[in-house]
Ligand binder design. Structure first.
Ligand SMILES: Nc1ncnc2c1ncn2[C@@H]1O[C@H](COP(=O)(O)OP(=O)(O)OP(=O)(O)O)[C@@H](O)[C@H]1O
Length: 662
């Protein structure tokens, strides 16, 4: 795997690229701060070099022949320069620190945004892939890494400048001093590279572990999981898993710490030896008149400050490298997101389509063997009410997502007025669609944002908001909210409230209405509503069709599809029946037919039977009485024999579905 290539050379090779990347990010985030930092650091380097040279002059004056008072007096002007250089360097350090502090958060913001901007355009199919998700998860760490990269890059630049200054001075004093300076830090550099490689390999191996631990942590504090964590006793179970994982992670950290301590000890011993050798060489130069005493003292100072600078630089390189791994993940996630993005170009779709045609469409989810939709051909015309019915897992939701342009067919084609969906500008396609998905998003925002998010430009258009709420019956929900439209719909935050399932569905329906799109796709839009609300919702959804909107309704409530123009019946991904309600109910009932009622009719009868069982007093139910299929078409309760209907009429309040027939 390329990501595990952590040889010393590969580390060195990556540094210029990382440096470039960091500087580009910083430039995009705050060019002024970047320039200030660069200038301040150059100034610091110059001040350091100047300070060392002035120190040399001080020492030359002090070590000259003559009375002490005269030597000190001679040294004073240079001493003033030393103090001035030091003050100047300190001021510039403060300026650089302030500018870097301003830069860091902005870089973090730009880095995070650059990834998220790509992620929100990734094809749905890829968003669900585990490899892409892993890349995204590790890419998240890259945001803070970007900020630290800046800190360490600046640290390296600062140390490098100081080193250049010190090296220049040492070269002037005696050329042999320069390699000595390097010799002192070689062991440290070696130790750093070893540690960085070890950390990186550990991070790679433990990445999945860390992700899973994070998921467990989120579950333990999740509101959604809270009931089961308590009632099913899942809390201790999860906690135990979490603890085991944390213990394993702690063991790994301990292992790394031990190895690091050992490396540190070795590098310190080697550094001590090389430092000893360096000072021995310096002493030899002094005793053999190769270097004046004053220069020797300056050299000792320069060597001390130079080795400290080198150590700082090595340490910054270490951290830069560590952070770069996460930054690389962010860059990789962004690049992958870019490659998997929904194309921004394509044939424009200025008007809603008159006809949408599925032509032998097959769709297979990634990492699944069997297709969710298999060779499906159907037609949807503008202004029609289309119902998609079928058992669980038969492919209804998948079909509606393909219709919305969220997925592209694995084979076959979806055509909008004759043009293949793949060739259309997808943003235009989305622009014609409003969705109420089965697992619609409950945004942790205010009620206003929850509705207006489908057309956020109009978030302050109160009359539109009110109209959407009235349409979806959400106005009654709003009446109960403490701050009306501005109530936060998420418990766990100050002033936040939670809504019931049915109330959320009204909000979701209001959101779809607010979008005012030409094609409305409703997937089980009323599953949590009470019977009266459900009837009302279906009536209103259907009414939109007369306003020329195309309605696609996915539902298990077969009584609510009687007025659909076309009902498509799916079974295990295949389209098995189609037609209007009357046609489907008549299918398989002719004398010539010997294969019994077909799927839709069977499902409908089953539902009606259950409906009756729920509705009627069990004692009065005569199981031998055959169902009258024809009367079922009109109203399931109309098919109930007179005696039972009387029973029902006598106990209207006990009927859970008393409102269901309108
Ligand atoms: N995101 C997904 N990734 C992989 N497989 C999926 C995904 N969504 C659905 N499937 C699978 O595709 C098939 C069709 O699912 P789909 O949700 O379209 O059925 P449905 O008819 O809407 O079911 P239900 O009535 O339960 O909502 C099922 O086998 C399901 O397991």
């Amino acid at each position: 795997m390329a990501r595990l290539n952590v040889s010393f050379l590969s580390i060195l090779r990556q540094i210029p690229r990382l440096f470039r990347h960091t500087v580009t990010l910083a430039w995009r985030a705050d060019p002024v701060a970047l320039v200030v930092v660069a200038v301040a650091q150059l100034g610091q380097a110059a001040a350091t070099a100047f300070g060392l040279l002035a120190t040399n002059r001080v020492l030359v004056s002090l070590f000259a022949a003559g009375p002490t008072a005269d030597r000190v007096r001679d040294a004073l002007p240079s001493l003033v320069w030393v103090a001035a250089a030091s003050a100047f360097a300190a001021t510039l350090r403060a300026v650089s620190f302030a500018a870097a502090g301003r830069l860091g958060p902005k870089v973090e913001r730009v880095a995070g945004l650059s990834m998220m901007k790509e992620v929100i355009r990734v094809e749905m199919e890829h968003i669900e892939r585990s490899d892409f998700h892993a890349a995204l998860d590790s890419g998240q760490h890259g945001q803070t890494a970007a900020r630290r990269l800046i800190e360490h890059t600046l640290g390296i630049v600062e140390a490098l400048m100081a080193l250049l200054a010190v090296s220049g001075v040492l070269a002037v004093l005696h050329p042999v001093l320069l390699p000595l300076l390097l010799a002192v830090v070689v062991p440290k550099a070696w130790g750093t590279v070893r540690a960085a490689r070890r950390t990186y390999e550990s991070v790679q191996i433990w990445l999945e572990h860390v992700r899973q631990q994070g998921a467990l942590r989120r579950l333990l504090i999740s509101q959604k999981a809270a009931p089961e964590l308590r009632v099913h006793g899942a809390g201790p179970f999860l906690l135990d898993q979490f603890d085991q994982m944390a213990a394993q992670a702690a063991d790994e950290q301990t292992r790394l710490a031990h190895l690091e301590a050992r490396t540190e000890l070795t590098t310190s011993a080697l550094s001590g030896l090389t430092a000893g050798a360096t000072y021995a060489v310096l002493a030899w130069l002094l005793t053999h008149d190769q270097l004046p005493l004053a220069s020797g003292a300056t050299a000792a100072l320069a060597l001390t400050s130079g080795t400290a600078g080198l150590r700082r630089m090595v340490s910054h390189i270490h951290h830069l490298y560590e952070q770069s791994l996460f930054m690389n993940d962010l860059i990789r996630a962004r690049e992958e997101a870019e490659q998997r993005a929904i194309p921004a170009t394509g044939v424009p779709v200025p008007r809603p389509p008159a006809v949408i045609e599925f032509d032998r469409v097959t769709f297979r989810y990634p990492e699944r063997d069997t297709p969710a939709l298999d060779d499906v051909s159907l037609t949807i015309r503008k202004g029609q009410v289309i119902a998609l019915v079928g058992a669980n897992g038969s492919g209804k939701t998948t079909l509606s997502k393909l219709l919305a342009g969220l997925y592209l067919p694995t084979s076959g084609a979806i055509r909008w007025d004759g043009t293949d969906l793949c060739a259309l500008r997808r943003d235009d396609v989305f622009g014609h669609v409003a969705l109420v998905l089965q697992d619609f998003q409950r945004w942790p925002f205010t009620a206003r944002a929850n509705v207006a998010i489908s057309r956020s430009a109009d978030i302050h258009d109160l009359s539109r908001l009110d109209a959407a709420a009235a349409y979806a019956g959400a106005d009654r929900v709003l009446d109960d909210l403490p701050h009306g439209w501005d109530t936060l719909c998420e418990k766990g935050y100050e002033g936040g409230v939670d809504l019931s399932g049915g109330q959320w569905q009204r909000i979701a329906l209001a959101r779809a209405y607010f979008r005012d799109a030409d094609i409305l796709i409703c997937d089980e839009p009323t599953s949590s509503m009470d019977p009266a609300a459900e009837i009302d919702a279906f009536r209103k959804i259907r009414a939109l069709a007369s306003a020329d909107q195309t309605i696609v309704l996915v539902t298990h409530r077969l009584h609510s599809v009687k007025e659909a123009d076309v009902i498509y019946v799916l079974d295990e991904g295949k389209l098995v029946e189609q037609g209007d309600f009357a046609t489907l109910m008549a299918t398989g009932t002719s004398a010539a037919s010997d294969d019994g009622p077909h799927l839709f009719r069977r499902l409908f009868e089953l539902q009606s039977l259950q409906y009756r069982t729920d509705t009627l007093d069990a004692d009065t139910l005569d199981a031998d009485t055959p169902l009258d299929a024809d009367s079922l078409e009109a109203d399931p309760l109309d098919a109930v024999p007179a005696q039972r209907r009387r029973t029902r009429d006598a106990t209207p309040d006990q009927s859970p579905a008393s409102g269901a027939t309108g």
